[in-house]
Structures are given as structure tokens and as C-alpha cells.
Design a binder for this molecule. Sequence first.
Ligand SMILES: Nc1nc2c(ncn2[C@@H]2O[C@H](COP(=O)(O)OP(=O)(O)O)[C@@H](O)[C@H]2O)c(=O)[nH]1
Ligand SMILES: [Mg+2]
Length: 440
Amino acid sequence: MVSLPPSVLFASPVVEAEIVVVDEHVELAAPKYSPYLRGPPTDSFRENLRSDTKYITSWISAGWNNDVMTYMNLLYLGKITDRVSVIGTFTPSHIGGDAPPIPFGEVFNVSKFIQDSDVPMVEWDEVKNPDSETIDAIGCWNVWEAVQYYEHYPRGSAIPDWLGLDISYTRGPDWLKLIPNYEHDKCSTFWALARLAYPQDRNKSIGNAQPSPQYHITLDPDEHMLCYDYLYYACAQQSFEFDYDYAPQWKDVGKHLYWSDHVADTAALYVKQLLGYPEDGETPPYITIHARHGDFSGWCWEAEQPEDCFAPLPVIARRVREIQDEIRMRKGIEIPDSHVFMTSDERDEKWWDDVKAMGWVKVDHTAMNTVELYGRWFPVILDAAIQSNGLGFVGTDRSTFSVLSARRVTDWHDGATRMVKWGKKDADAHRKRLDSLDTP
Ligand SMILES: Nc1nc2c(ncn2[C@@H]2O[C@H](COP(=O)(O)OP(=O)(O)O)[C@@H](O)[C@H]2O)c(=O)[nH]1
Ligand SMILES: [Mg+2]
């Protein structure tokens, strides 16, 4: 028997129904806290959960755009299980681990999202006081061990520690995995995951909870705050689904996640400043390229020479021309090369000199003092926002960063998009097609 410090809570306190006295004054005042919660953030998250509402949460564990997709998947699973999604911050895995986490609501416009999508959500810092020292014990589902065969533990994430959660995991059933015994795919479908949100299959699948790491508490998966370790690999019908037009996690959720006003306004300001337009005027139409390099160099085994792996600039320029032609044809708008932005994680200055020689504009966060003015997260967030608000976008095949930007340009602006193939010499060789949005 483990003796618990008084601050460890692992059962829902009995919640009295809250009576809100409504007079004219209160009615007119803006609500101070989410209607999905009992009130302002509390020291234990359980004190703030409504007894008439069910919740769902999960953690993140990859690059920022992968993490955006993971939260979109969580929101979609919340939608189909009639639960309020509880969303954490973004963790700085690719921008330097010492940068502070950034709240979801600083990046995306949460109130507009809830209104447009009708998908309910709250952020963790609305639920539990971020300065709380209370450790909440909770039971969660371990999906990771049911879908892959190499790591014999739940998927790790920095989020539970930040939230003061001590988690007892129950390994999910084998039927979570879409393709049984197939090591090259990790998908579990939203509806397989949803089976665990309801008593019939949940009750058949519990009973093997592992002790939590901190206080060695064993708990079956929580029914009030349902949680899964990792949902990046959740899908409706097949893996890498954000690439497909039917993807419900994009259509019903991701599409409605617009940038916060601060991000959108700053991105528009950058575009106007970099192109030399008045700051108080309209943003002109433009095209953005995303040339994803960096750790993608680990996928170059088909390239005979290292320089054959990433698409050379003239190959990218061919895609830019296709976009210019399509926009001219479909919309009658001429976008010159001087209104083409390059965004990239490439650090080689010589490569950037070649970009400028193409007549394109570097989104130069060093020159713009982005980190000093807006913080460490903003170079990547502004690059994504700039990409998403162009009328054309040329992305890098297999980059989730590019995939999300392409979908935004298509759905938000009826824009033109292409993905550049890479990995070996002439990977992007293709026949030009003007009549279609498809990448041939
Ligand atoms: N600022 C900036 N960062 C980038 C760019 N491309 C990649 N990165 C960094 O590399 C990470 C890539 O991981 P992720 O977002 O998961 O996308 P993916 O790896 O391309 O699928 C991003 O989150 C950024 O931190 C870029 O064009 N601009
Ligand atoms: Mg990544």
C-alpha cells in the first residue's frame, strides 16, 4: 500500500451543481471562463470538471506541424465521442528545447474555431492552474504499444509533467491497430479509438493498468477525462490522411483553425514590409515556397550524389511558373517573381544567395529581428502563416508543414498549390498540367 501525499488527487470530488445567479449585469458581462468548465483554473484539474460534461485529452511528441495535426486528431476524436477536447500547449521540440511552450490559443483563434466548427474545446491552462503544485493521478490508454512493436512503453511527451499529471497507463487492445501485425504502419482509426470511450469495449479492455511513475498508483483509464498517450497516427481510413481531400480531421476540424489575430496581423505586416507596400494598405497577392531541408537529409538514400537529394532551385522555379500560370488562368491575376517568398529551414548562406538570385524574397527572420521582437516560436509560426495566406504555394513532398499550408491555401483562398518531389535526381520530373490542381 502506497501512502499518498495529501496533494495527490485521483478521484473526482463530489461536485455540487453550480447555481449561477443571472441578473442583467452578469448577463451583459463577457464570461470569465469557459462554459465547459465550472470556473477559473483550479489546483487539481478535477475540481474544475463539470459533472454533466465529458472530456478527452492527449499529448504531443514531435515537430510543431506534426503536433498541430495531433491536436486536430484529438479534436476530431472529441467531436465523434461527444467530448470536450482539452488541449495542451505546443512544446519546443524543433526550435530549441529551452524555449518556453506556447499556448494553443496564442497561435490559433480558439473562439472562432469553436463557433465555426461547433467542436468544443478548452485549453489545459483554463482547467488547471499552471502554477499549481498539485499532482493529479490519472489513468490513460497506451495506444503506442498497440500500434508499433519496438518501444515497449507508452509514447513519451513533455506535456504530462508540465501539467502535474502522474499517469497509470493501460495498454490498448490489439484491435486498435488498423493493419494487424504490420510493422510499417501505425494507424488506429478514430472509430477504433472511440470504442474505448464507451463502457462496453472499455470494460472488456481494462484490468492491466501499470503503476504510475511518480506515486506508483494503479488506475483504470479515466472515464470523465478520457485520455490517450498519442494520436498523431490516428486516421479515418488510412495513414497520412491529411494528404487526402476526404480527410475528416481536416474538413471538420483543421480547416476551421485560423490563426490568432496577433499571428495573422504580424504575418500580413511581414508580407507588406518585405515587399515594400504601405503597412496600412491591402496585402498584395503572393506565392510562397516551402523548401524543407534540415533533417529530411536523412531520407536521401536514393540520391547518388548528396546534391541530387533536394530539388534544385530551377526545379522549384518550374513549379512556381505552373502556379503563376494557373492563377493567371483561373483568376486573371499576375503574380511576378518579385512577389514570391522563400521559407525554409536551410542554413546554408550560399543557397540563400541563389534564392535571391532567382528574384525571390527571403523571409529573413534575422533581418526582421523576429526572435527579439516576438520570441523563439515566431519564425516557424510566421513562416506557416505567410505560407497559408498566399494565393499560391509550392511545398515539399512528405512535409507535414507543407501539407497543412497547401490545404489552407486551397480551402481558405481557393489558391493554387504544388508539391515538389525529391530524394533522388529528377525526382520531380513530370508533365505539365494546367487544367488540374493535382500534383501530376
Ligand atoms: N522557421 C522555419 N522552420 C522550419 C521550416 N521548415 C521546417 N522548419 C522547422 O522544422 C520543423 C519540422 O517539423 P514539422 O513541423 O513536424 O514538419 P515536417 O517535419 O516538415 O513534417 C518545424 O516545426 C520547424 O521547427 C521553415 O520553412 N521555417
Ligand atoms: Mg516532422
